[in-house]
Design a protein around this ligand. Structure first.
Ligand SMILES: [Zn+2]
Ligand SMILES: [Zn+2]
Length: 345
């Protein structure tokens, strides 16, 4: 039973493949044979030792976007059975703290997560609480099933943005999240979905997965292009998926009257932008954040089971457990969209 342990951002090398040992399963625990685990921006932040959404205590097996097969179940497990294919919701909430009791579990004071604070998907096996295992139809590719986690985060963002039928949506950034947002915006009733993305390969995939038009923000005027594409002065909903101040500035620039701006990505903890106050006043802008996936994982799995999205096209590379460092570097490159780790090669 092998797992790739993260040893710490200061260490060289930062990863080591080790044998894992598991205690006998607790009554509500499940042993999962991990089949695929995506690399997330959060893993990249952790790799670089950046402060952000997660506190990590090495050594730990990272990887929180994973899917696999149920191998063994604890005595009291009732919702999954041996042989089931499952996609994990990594986030565990205490249910007792004030944010949890106020319906804000994403702000739980005792948030823990598989693949962040406890061992996760970059291993052959993982022990997961039953509550975190969501059954996926057997015909679904494990790579696609592993995308339930980022998709669940996107579903929460789409809930926040509350897109109404007939609106024009601009997605800024054509990475995994942006390309899921393009598709979810379309499903949610947008009449025109535009993608602003400087990398040509990503613009091309954007069109393949359903964007009505793409914009190259380095060589085209984003607001001028929006006018050309949908005939109005700015988008009704702008979804920012880059995490850099320039992208947030672009979001304000591209926002139309009454627009909603969803600032979805995880920025640096000290990132700021100058707020165009008169625009907020005159355009009556709504500015929203979105954090992780509170109560949206089942809906993400439903969308996957229902074949509602083009997900396979977003997966561009795959590595084994021995090459996790390379895999993380590929995830950082603009050559890739989503990089998967296949623990069994
Ligand atoms: Zn993630
Ligand atoms: Zn809590």
């Amino acid at each position: 039973m092998k797992g790739t342990y993260f040893l710490g951002a200061q260490k060289t090398p930062k990863f080591e493949v080790r044998d894992m040992e598991f205690a006998p399963l607790g009554e509500h625990e499940v042993l999962v044979k991990n089949m695929a685990c995506g690399i997330c921006g959060t893993d990249v932040h952790i790799y670089h030792g950046e402060a952000g959404s997660a506190d990590v205590t090495p050594p730990v097996v990272l990887g929180h976007e994973f899917s696999g097969i149920v191998i063994e179940t604890g005595e009291a497990v009732t919702t999954v059975s041996v042989g089931d294919h499952v996609a994990m919701d990594p986030n565990l909430y205490c249910g007792k703290c004030l944010p949890c009791r106020m319906g804000k579990k994403q702000n739980c004071e005792h948030l823990s997560a598989l693949g962040v604070t406890r061992d996760g998907g970059f291993a052959e096996y993982a022990v997961c609480p039953e509550s975190q295992c969501f059954v996926v139809n057997k015909e679904i590719d494990f790579d696609v099933a592993a995308m339930a986690e980022p998709l669940a985060c996107v579903v929460h963002g789409i809930d926040q943005a509350a897109i109404r039928p007939g609106q024009a949506v601009l997605v800024i950034g054509g990475g995994t999240i942006g390309l899921l947002m393009v598709q979810m915006a379309k499903i949610s009733g947008a009449s025109t979905v535009m993608l602003s993305e400087p990398v040509e390969m990503r613009r091309k995939i954007g069109l393949e997965v359903g964007a009505d038009a793409v914009i190259d923000p380095l060589n085209e005027d984003v607001r001028g292009k929006i006018r050309e594409i949908c005939g109005r002065d700015g988008a009704d909903v702008v979804i920012e998926c880059v995490g850099k101040p320039f992208a947030v500035e672009q979001a304000f620039y591209a926002a139309g009257f009454g627009a909603t701006l969803l600032l979805f990505s995880v920025p640096a903890t000290d990132a700021t932008v100058a707020l165009p106050l008169f625009d907020v006043y005159k355009k009556e802008l709504r500015i929203l954040g979105s954090m992780i996936n509170p109560d949206t994982h089942q809906r993400a799995v439903n969308l996957i089971n229902g074949h509602c999205l083009e997900i396979k096209k977003l997966i561009t590379h795959a590595y084994d457990l021995e090459h996790l460092d390379e895999a993380i570097h590929m995830q950082m490159s603009s050559e890739s969209i989503k990089v998967m780790v296949h623990p069994w090669g």
